[in-house]
Design a protein around this ligand. Structure first.
Ligand SMILES: Cc1cc2nc3c(=O)[nH]c(=O)nc-3n(C[C@H](O)[C@H](O)[C@H](O)COP(=O)(O)OP(=O)(O)OC[C@H]3O[C@@H](n4cnc5c(N)ncnc54)[C@H](O)[C@@H]3O)c2cc1C
Length: 397
């Protein structure tokens, strides 16, 4: 078996891999960087897969790849799945090859939760949505079939429903909430949000969980928990991810809803870091958490890359999250949970701020069409100990 040595080895070829390679290069211009990825594409910008590629004619495919290899000199091995890490030997096995490393970054992200549908269409009509290849397949289905069901009312499901209907597809969105978005938005805002979809022509099947169904070359039948059925030519699901900790767990790294890392993103094993969707890290303002969003992937990737190369810096960035549908853009910092107490502060009918309070303390801020206010939202979280409910309205504009 051949062994290839890299000074820096990154397992996972997603968004963290890109920024981590760049972070390494900020400190070390010469060390060798290897990236092992089971994807078929080099690192690319994932958010575009459910947004701009569908809705912005000027955002063409050439803007999707991140240019990691060209910019950093990283040796990217595609279609290469890492199957074991041996921390003591500083080695990783992947598809019959062994890679030796000086420093290792685990950036394996997560895998989409599968839809419980019996698929006899060979995956042609049943898709989850995470990769560029998933995008290409959905795009071609959108051209070839009339009606597509989207399952899941989170941000990926709602973005996909918006993308499909705006591209002329007869779209049905199946979600478990009473109203789309009601797990995170106050109910009146969720109702406005759902109306955007209905007005655009999306058929909404609310309060419904898909518990089974089948797909074949002729189409898809989804069985809902209440006994109803939804039929479509194809189905795409956005049911969240299972965090990809199996590799790290097999190597004996400490796992607790993600690979547990310290403030410098170091795992429990020597010379192994973790970052992005897979990492459980101590957020400076919000406490230990795992974040499945791109701002975190980018900032943590950079920080981890710098630390692999010896910077020894703490990760102090508190990430924001965003989504965009039908001309609305919302951003959020902290915890958004509609079960929490909320304070709404509307600047006008289209723009507003929602504060989420837990036991009287602000734990999350939603910015609805409010630009350039992320730092102000972070400042609210930083000052949460001293802010009272009455101090909130008018605070962010
Ligand atoms: C369609 C879509 C839209 C999104 N839109 C937004 C948005 O609008 N706003 C936002 O904040 N966030 C968004 N996100 C989330 C954001 O893209 C993720 O948080 C980010 O990609 C996480 O980066 P990562 O590197 O941790 O994981 P990923 O980008 O998922 O990369 C993980 C990589 O590891 C590879 N891998 C896993 N296991 C192995 C293994 N054993 N061997 C080799 N390779 C392996 C995977 O193939 C993948 O390439 C979106 C995600 C998706 C899927």
């Amino acid at each position: 078996m051949t062994t290839t040595h890299f000074d820096y080895l990154i397992v996972g070829g997603g968004m963290v891999a890109d920024t981590a390679a760049r972070g390494i290069r900020e400190i070390d211009r010469d060390g060798s960087i290897g990236i092992l990825s089971d994807d078929v594409d080099e690192p690319y910008t994932r958010p575009a897969l459910s947004k701009k590629l569908w809705t912005d004619d000027e955002f063409t495919w050439d803007k999707v790849p991140l240019g990691t290899a060209d910019d950093t000199g990283a040796d990217i091995r595609l279609r290469t799945r890492a199957t074991a890490i041996r921390p003591d030997a500083h080695e990783v096995d992947a598809d019959g090859e062994t890679f030796a490393y000086g420093k290792l970054l685990v950036a394996t992200g997560g895998k989409p939760v599968p839809l419980p549908v019996e698929d006899r269409s060979n995956g042609e009509r049943v898709l989850s949505f995470r990769t560029a290849e998933d995008y290409r397949r959905l795009r071609s289905l959108a051209q070839d079939v009339e009606r597509i069901a989207v399952v899941g009312g989170g941000y990926i499901g709602s973005e996909l429903a918006a993308a499909l209907v705006q591209n002329g597809v007869d779209t049905v969105l199946v979600h478990t909430g009473a109203v789309l978005g009601d797990a995170v938005f106050p109910v009146a805002l969720a109702e406005r949000f759902e109306k955007l979809f209905r007005d655009a022509g999306v058929e909404i099947v609310a309060g419904s969980k898909v518990e089974g169904g089948e797909a074949d070359a002729a189409g898809v039948r989804l069985s809902l928990e209440n006994g109803d059925e939804v039929r479509a030519d194809a189905v795409v699901s956005g049911l969240g991810i299972d965090v990809a900790t199996d590799l790290a767990e097999g190597a004996g790294l400490k796992i607790d809803d993600g690979v547990v890392v310290d403030a410098q993103l170091r795992s429990s094993a020597d010379d192994i870091w973790a970052a992005g969707d897979v990492a459980s890290y101590p957020d400076r303002l919000l406490g230990r958490r795992r974040v499945e969003h791109v701002d975190n992937a980018n900032a943590q990737g950079t920080a981890a890359g710098r630390n692999l190369a010896g910077a020894a810096e703490s990760y102090t960035h508190t990430p924001y999250y965003y989504s965009a549908v039908f001309g609305i853009r919302y951003e959020a910092v902290g915890t958004l949970d509609a079960e929490l107490e909320t304070v709404e502060d509307w600047i006008d009918t289209e723009r507003g701020v929602v504060y989420y309070l837990d036991d009287g303390r602000v734990v999350g801020v939603l910015l609805w069409n409010v630009e350039e206010a992320r730092d102000a939202a972070r400042a609210v979280l930083a000052d949460a100990d001293t802010l009272r409910r009455d101090d909130l309205v008018g605070r962010i504009r």
